[in-house]
Write a protein that binds this ligand. Structure first.
Ligand SMILES: Cc1ncc(COP(=O)(O)O)c(C=O)c1O
Length: 393
């Protein structure tokens, strides 16, 4: 049988997501001074962990319809959630239409089309406008039954995301709990799933979760500070996948736990995480994921944890993935934010000459991170917009 015929005849895959590897990164471990494990969610069919949550949501909705129904899927995210909806629909042999705001990057529109979207409609200035248009002017005219797909705010999405943490717990050496888990927060669907799984595995008190946001998309940070949900007036970060103005109420509740620390870094550091991951591990991810990787470099992890890291610490970085990246974007970020590496190099030179040695591992204080809180002060911001450090303020 010809290859083309084989693919045309192939049965659609039944699960819209896959189990991903958990791989120890020696390069990142060397940089961070502890054992770094990468949960490779960039290998999901849609390119991000969103395949899990959106995939599970669609499966649950299908169960509610008469057996054999072939509903049309509708989504309004121009980002990774939209891509996950299209990929999931395809895996289940269904059609998917996506409405995205006009500001959606042509790259993402092209990826939605290439993934096999039935139709991609661009409408409205912001996600809300696109979403309203989808619900009021597109879905009512569908000829078949329909499934509306939200991007993050639904318990079935969190349940799908929780599979990621169950896998990690089974994959870590000794099937143990990680000492630290690093994951980014947009609307909060990912961290909700992770915390749910930790609760059901009873490992919540063994693992410190670093909840990462970029400056200009720090809706969780703002909520923690205010001790209530806050709607950000504007998103100014380039990490648009994290650009959700308000987190879910469950996200705030989980993040108020003792084992969760909120960390905000500037876009420049998220970008640095992306280009260094590409160099060190040959993996391309978008800013929403690079923010997690950035913590592995130049003493940032110690600063975020507020304690020295130990070589035996097992740190899991959720490599959530994301399709909003090209080799050209990586180069542009590297040019625009080159000062990040220059500053680190400058600090390294200073510390080397102070020590009278030619090389040396970088300690938190050497990289200008002398504001490590003596206790859990939440939320904390490492660099950039604010430093809520008791000892320095
Ligand atoms: C690559 C990536 N990482 C992290 C997030 C944040 O996920 P959540 O909105 O579930 O917090 C998103 C959201 O779109 C994403 O696409």
């Amino acid at each position: 049988m010809a290859v083309k015929e084989y693919y045309e005849d192939a049965e659609p895959q039944q699960n819209p997501w896959v189990q991903t590897p958990l791989r120890e990164s020696y390069a990142l471990s060397e940089a961070a001074g502890c054992r770094i494990f990468l949960k490779l969610e960039n290998l999901q069919p849609s390119g991000s962990f969103k395949s899990r949550g959106i995939g599970n949501y669609i499966l649950r909705r299908l169960e509610e319809l008469p057996h054999g129904s072939r509903p049309h899927i509708f989504a309004s995210s121009g980002g990774n959630a939209g891509l996950a909806a299209v990929h999931s629909a395809r895996a289940l042999n269904l059609l998917c239409t996506v409405v995205v705001p006009t500001a959606t990057a042509p790259l993402m529109v092209a990826k939605l089309r290439a993934a096999g979207a039935y139709e991609v409609i661009q409408y409205g200035a912001a996600w809300k406008d696109a979403d309203t248009y989808l619900r009021e002017h597109v879905m009512p005219y569908a000829q078949t039954s329909t499934i509306y797909c939200p991007p993050f705010d639904h318990p079935d999405i969190w349940q799908g995301n929780s599979t990621l943490m169950h896998e990690i717990a089974a994959q870590l050496p000794g099937a143990s709990a990680p000492d630290v888990l690093i994951c980014s927060v947009g609307g909060g669907g990912l961290i909700n799933g992770i915390c749910q799984a930790m609760d059901s595995l009873s490992i919540g008190d063994q693992t410190t979760i670093l909840a990462m946001e970029t400056a200009g998309a720090e809706s969780l940070h703002a909520a923690l500070k205010a001790k209530e949900l806050i709607t950000l007036p504007k998103i100014t970060s380039q990490a648009t996948s994290l650009g959700c103005a308000r987190v879910t109420s469950d996200t705030l509740r989980y993040a108020q736990r003792e084992n969760v620390r909120s960390v905000v870094l500037p876009d420049a550091e998220a970008a640095m995480g992306c280009w260094r991951l590409a160099d060190d591990e040959r993996i391309m991810v978008e800013l929403a994921c690079g923010i997690n990787v950035a913590l592995c470099y130049d003493g940032r992890l110690e600063k975020a944890l507020g304690r020295p890291v130990k070589p035996e610490d097992k740190v899991v970085v959720v490599l959530c993935g994301g399709s909003n990246v090209t080799s050209q974007m990586l180069c542009a970020w590297r040019n625009e934010y080159a000062y990040i590496e220059e500053e680190t190099e400058e600090r390294r030179r200073k510390s080397d000459s102070a020590l009278g040695s030619e090389t040396g591992s970088i300690k938190g204080e050497d990289v200008g991170m002398d504001c490590v809180p003596s206790e859990y002060t939440k939320p904390m911001v490492i660099e950039g917009i604010e430093v809520g450090c008791v000892e320095c303020s």
